[in-house]
Design a protein around this ligand. Structure first.
Ligand SMILES: [Zn+2]
Length: 112
């Protein structure tokens, strides 16, 4: 089962330049390198979106509605209909999500 700890949201610090770590990143709760992040932009070119941060090791997760960064593009393989507050579906797709986030970070910050 997933549990909520707002510290997991500190994963968001990893996408602020300078980018020092590629995904999966070190989990702010348990310290294992299994931290993930996903955004979903609700409308093309809109800023509003959903944010998920979670750790595959300690099963800590947090989901909020808020914003997606300007450089964010939704991953085509992720179906909006299957997104829920608990990250089970995202966890199943974590490898392609991490690869996608790393690619976007590289394209936008030329790092990693
Ligand atoms: Zn953890």
């Amino acid at each position: 089962m997933w549990y909520d700890d707002s510290k997991i949201g500190n994963i968001l610090d990893c996408i602020n330049p300078p980018i020092k770590e590629s995904f999966p990143v070190k989990c702010p709760v348990c310290g294992k390198k299994e931290g993930h992040l996903y955004f979903h932009r609700y409308e093309k070119n809109g800023i509003r979106g959903g944010i998920w941060t979670w750790c595959s090791a300690c099963k800590c997760s947090e989901h909020a509605s808020g914003w997606a960064p300007q450089w964010w593009d939704n991953l085509e393989a992720i179906s909006f209909e299957r997104l829920a507050s608990m990250p089970d579906y995202l966890e199943e797709n974590k490898d392609c999500i991490d690869e996608w986030v790393n690619k976007l970070l590289f394209l936008n910050f030329n790092k990693i």
